[in-house]
Write a protein that binds this ligand. Structure first.
Ligand code: SAH
Ligand code: DHB
Ligand code: MG
Length: 221
């Protein structure tokens, strides 16, 4: 099986299920025009996150790592009526592109992009003592994955779902001798899930237009 075949299957799923639409495509075009890296989730991955958020009837969604807001659009569209997405992004430029993409998708009023290092934004969010989150998507700097998971857990209700992107990384996660800090971040995330009695989780490998990678998915019990 080659990456070209994986990509062809992703294209088939995208077409067969009408996953993409003008707002999503405009967001990807705006990201390209602004020079953002094409590291957004794929359409199928976006729909997967959207469905998971709907399965927990999410009214409060937290995203860590907005980039141009492609995944943010998928997540904000999953919100229950009256719900809110908070997305954390360190780059002012990425945040500006994300806000414009969310506004174009008609989601500007229910999706907020906060600029700053996510660990700082998470501490501020915790201090605000808002309603707990029902769904969290972690997709920022990978060495901080375990820190983000712990912070998210402190603001998530029982029954909440926490998903972390890019934890397989072409299989490198299985290499215990790896000195890649992104691999170490993914392994620390799994260790945290394993050692945290309030989490029940799994890793799921994916192939597709984004290569060979995977999600960690944890349920707050
Ligand atoms: N979720 C997006 C992709 C995110 S790419 C999508 O699928 O569409 C990762 C993003 O995390 C980048 O925009 C990067 O600027 C941001 N990031 C990196 N380090 C960060 C940090 N410490 N705090 C917040 N955001 C960070
Ligand atoms: C990278 C980051 C991502 O969130 C992703 O989905 C793919 C790649 C990266 O930093 O290279
Ligand atoms: Mg990612």
């Amino acid at each position: 099986m080659s990456e070209a075949r994986w990509t062809a299957v992703d294209a088939y799923i995208d077409t067969a299920l009408h996953l993409s639409d003008p707002a999503l495509e405009a967001a990807l075009a705006a990201n390209r025009a602004a020079g953002l890296p094409g590291i957004d989730v794929s359409p199928a991955q976006g729909k997967f996150l959207h469905l998971l958020a709907r399965m927990v009837s999410a009214k409060r969604i937290l995203e860590i790592g907005a980039l141009g807001g492609y995944s943010s659009i998928w997540l904000a569209r999953a919100l229950q009526v009256g719900g809110q997405l908070v997305s954390l992004e360190i780059s002012p430029k990425h945040a500006e592109v994300a806000r414009a993409n969310l506004a174009r998708a008609g989601l500007g009023a229910i999706a907020e992009v906060r600029v700053g290092p996510a660990l700082e934004s998470l501490a501020a969010l915790k201090n605000e003592a808002g309603a707990p989150f029902d769904f969290v998507f972690i997709d920022a700097d990978k060495p901080n994955n375990a820190n983000y998971l712990k912070a998210a857990l402190g603001m998530a209700r029982p029954g909440a779902v926490i998903v972390c992107d890019n934890v397989v990384r072409d299989g490198t996660i299985a290499d215990s001798a790896s000195r890649d800090p992104n691999v170490a971040g993914a392994r620390a995330l799994f260790e945290t899930i394993a050692n945290e009695p309030r989490l029940s989780g799994v890793g799921l490998q994916t192939v597709g237009a984004k290569g060979w990678d995977g999600f960690a998915i944890a349920l707050v019990v």
